[in-house]
Design a protein around this ligand. Structure first.
Ligand code: ACO
Length: 311
């Protein structure tokens, strides 16, 4: 049974009224948002690492400048999202501690290795492409600070997706070896990109409640299907082979059919057993520890200014 306050809250949601930080909200709504927004923030931050590996090896100065700008955008997205989470009464230090101890989740996709330059293309195209499909609806989600953060994030993600597709086009118009690199990157990133949308609807424990609260406007499987439908023609345009032999247009459904996802692999990655989970976490913790002197200096500077103001 809902309490009067909970019923009034649900009515506001149903009427499409945004919930703001100082509004009353059920504890479970607050917890769900902290969970999702913090996981999302961590994904942006850890998501810098696979691409960071290629900054020193980008093939041209122009590609290097673009890649650097994209990685910096991801850092910015992480910061907006931590700020959005902080409006819910949790501190950034707590969230970071949970990431660094391995307690907090971040997107499974970032636990796969980046083996060639073509992976920069595949990540921009498929990973940022999937992120956009997932995040456009979040611009209309019920929690104001999260929905507003998503607007700028989505604009920047669409630049990222285009730069990825541009890398793929260049490789596909290049030598046979370059085209083979593009094919290999597509083959390796295809399934992990589909896994980004989360478990199947039948297995998604949080979906029903999040849909009722309008945090989720579309289900995991609906968004995954949207990704497949959007991407298959782009694969064909590149002249690459489809990465899944089961992909086939289904006129009756008006969608592409596709093969079964390896859910065992997905859950292994979530448990910390993906190909790069340990390496990613280690690199992230080291970066944080190496930055301690800088945070200390900022704090000392702020303290000194405060002192000066008093005297
Ligand atoms: N990687 C890691 N964990 C995942 C993934 C994934 N790809 N998909 C689902 N999970 C986790 C969920 O976080 C949840 O874990 P928890 O209950 O311990 O928190 C569990 O698996 C069950 O999944 P669902 O019940 O479907 O969870 P939820 O309703 O939160 O849906 C989804 C998952 C779709 C990812 C949702 O959280 C979401 O839309 N998040 C915002 C977008 C986001 O985080 N994107 C990050 C990658 S994009 C980028 O950064 C470039």
């Amino acid at each position: 049974e809902l309490s009067d306050a909970e019923r009034a809250f649900q009515e506001r949601i149903d009427a499409g009224i945004r919930i703001e930080a100082k509004d009353w909200m059920p504890d479970a709504y607050r917890k769900t948002l902290i969970r999702q927004i913090s996981q999302h923030a961590h994904s942006e931050i850890v998501g810098q690492l696979p691409e960071g590996n290629w900054v020193t090896r980008a093939p041209t100065l122009k590609r290097k400048a673009i890649l650097l700008a994209k990685i910096q955008d991801e850092a910015g997205h992480g910061l907006y999202l931590y700020s959005a989470a902080e409006t819910l009464g949790v501190s950034r230090d707590e969230l970071l501690a949970d990431l660094h101890s391995g307690k907090a989740k971040y997107s499974s996709i970032f636990n796969y290795p980046t083996l060639s330059w073509a992976d920069m293309g595949a990540i921009g195209w498929l990973v940022d492409g999937s992120a956009i499909i997932n995040q456009i609806p979040l611009c209309r989600c019920s929690y104001g600070p999260y929905s507003r953060a998503m607007i700028r994030v989505c604009k920047e993600e669409s630049f990222h997706a285009r730069q990825g597709y541009d890398i793929m086009m260049t490789l596909c118009r290049g030598t046979a070896e370059q085209k083979a690199m593009a094919q290999d990157a597509l083959n390796r990133y295809w399934w992990p990109a589909l896994m980004m949308f989360g478990p199947s609807d039948a297995a998604s424990v949080n979906s029903a409640q999040s849909a009722q609260w309008r945090i989720k406007l579309f289900s995991n499987d609906e968004l995954r299907q949207r990704m497949v439908d959007q991407t298959v023609p782009q694969i064909e345009y590149l002249g690459l082979e489809l990465p899944d032999p089961a992909i086939k247009w289904n006129g009756e459904r008006g969608h592409y059919d596709f093969g079964e996802i390896n859910w065992d692999e997905f859950y292994q990655v979530l448990k910390g057993n993906g190909p790069c989970n340990r390496e990613r976490l280690r690199t992230r913790v080291k970066a944080y520890d190496d930055g301690a002197w800088f945070r200390d200096a900022l704090q000392a500077h702020a303290d000194k200014q405060q002192e000066n103001k008093k005297s």
